[in-house]
Design a protein around this ligand. Structure first.
Ligand code: AMP
Ligand code: GLY
Length: 428
């Protein structure tokens, strides 16, 4: 398992529950992962280092968690060493690494998405902003850990964000605003075939009520009771399969997880973005419910055998994940703060803690080591119960300056999420 975060902790935990998985290693891992499996202090973004470690450990499968190693070509190096890998090639990972590339693929595959223009200077940016009007959506074209997007009614702020991208030699994608609730759907792909997981919802902004700057994600829940019937099939038919087909047609087959970030707008389902990896923290909620052994699934994807996989099995419960972030996240997260109460939270029934930015200090105490520090994941018979448990868990944990949202899954629990266009055929 390559990666340091909460998503990787969730994946390792699921892999260990797979009866056919005999051994798991992680690199670099975090303080939570190292309690479960041996960890290796290599640079997970270095293709040669990862391939060398995989050969040394003689593994049957390498799973790449985050986007950075994918964009750096880690999957290519491992594949070249003859080891199956769950994670797209550098070229296929462009679906996430370049928003302009993703738009081009979607246009070719006729995948419904926001209308967009690429701008490389202030004049082009101004022109694009005025084409689509407010609210303005300006996206850094490259990887920005979910933080490169500005959505605002303030034209000057939109222009300023574009300028900050031009200043460092980048380009931006400016697009029409999409209304409606957002959905994250993870679709496993083996280059040709696709298998969807259960849909989830993520909370991108730092503060309650979707206020404040975008983050990597402050919480998630799954499944989505309010999702229109047929949504998953619609996304497979109109989004995932055409995209995977187009990537194969270009000779750059996509193997791994195609993360479809969707808006259920009044005019139908639209892709907001693709990612080339599992989402964080949606994975923490989604995998908590997956009963089908994960190792077999990821290996089938890596080896091109997804067509042989049986229908996935899920726990009937609802899962909620609430992220605890460090002081000053996302601007300038403070690290090195002691974390207490982890055991207490883990002992609660139906609750588990997944580490993200954590490390052990010299005395063996767990301290914060990143922006998003951990997630408390809870299963409950419904959203109300799962939320209660997740918040009980997060309240048991102490982190000085720690921040968490108190409204993860609250609107859904109150039945207040409204999809204006329901069901199949709404993509017109
Ligand atoms: P992205 O990095 O493209 O996922 O964008 C991050 C977040 O910005 C999304 O989860 C949305 O909440 C918001 N966003 C991105 N694109 C749009 C859009 N076209 N319309 C409305 N909101 C958007
Ligand atoms: N939760 C959003 C992401 O993983 O990009």
């Amino acid at each position: 398992m390559i990666g340091p975060g909460g998503r990787e902790h969730a994946i390792v935990r699921s892999l260990l529950r797979d009866p056919n998985v005999s051994e798991v290693h992680a690199a670099p891992g975090n303080a939570g992962i190292s309690e479960l499996v041996p960890t290796h202090a290599i640079n997970g973004n270095d293709p040669a280092a990862v391939a060398a470690l995989a050969l040394k450990l003689d593994v049957d499968l390498v799973v790449v968690g985050p986007e950075a190693p994918l964009a750096a070509g880690v999957s290519d190096a491992v594949r070249a060493a003859g080891i199956p890998v769950f994670g797209p090639s550098k070229e296929a990972a462009q679906l996430e690494a370049s928003k302009a590339f993703a738009k081009a693929i979607m246009a070719e595959a006729q995948v419904p998405t926001a209308m967009a223009k690429v701008a490389v200077n202030a004049a082009e940016a101004a022109d694009a902003l005025d084409t689509f009007g407010a609210p303005y959506v300006v996206k850094d074209d490259g990887l920005a850990a979910g933080k490169g997007v500005v959505v605002t009614n303030d034209r000057d702020e939109a222009l300023a964000h574009a300028q900050s991208c031009f200043d460092v030699g980048g380009q931006v994608v400016i697009e029409e605003f999409l209304d409606g609730p957002e959905v994250s759907l993870f679709v496993l792909a083996d280059g040709r075939n696709v298998v969807p997981l259960a849909p989830a919802q993520d909370f991108k902004r730092i503060y309650d009520g979707d206020e404040g700057p975008n983050t990597g994600g402050m919480g998630a829940y799954s499944p989505l009771e309010w999702a229109p019937e047929g949504l998953v099939q619609e996304v497979i038919d109109r989004v995932a399969q055409p995209t995977i087909d187009e990537m194969a047609r270009r000779g750059t087959p996509f193997v791994g997880v195609l993360y479809c970030g969707l808006a259920l707008t009044s005019r139908g389902t639209r892709v907001i973005e693709f990612n080339a990896r599992f989402g964080d923290p949606e994975t923490q909620a989604v995998l908590a419910r997956l009963k089908t052994p994960l190792g077999g699934l990821l290996l089938a994807a890596a080896k091109g055998h997804l067509a042989d996989v049986e229908e996935l099995r899920w726990a009937p419960e609802t899962a909620v994940a609430v992220v605890l972030a460090s002081h000053n996240y996302p601007e300038a997260p403070r690290t090195g703060d002691r974390i207490r109460g982890l055991k207490k939270a883990n002992r609660l029934e139906g609750v588990h803690v997944l580490h993200a930015g954590t490390a052990a200090d010299e005395d063996g105490n767990v301290v914060s080591a990143g922006g998003r520090v951990l997630a408390v994941v809870a299963l409950g018979t419904d959203l109300v119960e799962a939320r209660e448990k997740a918040y009980e868990g997060i309240e048991a944990i102490e982190l000085e300056g720690g921040q968490y949202r108190t409204d993860i899954a609250a609107k859904a629990a109150r039945g207040e999420i409204i999809v204006e266009s329901k069901g199949k055929g709404a993509t017109a």
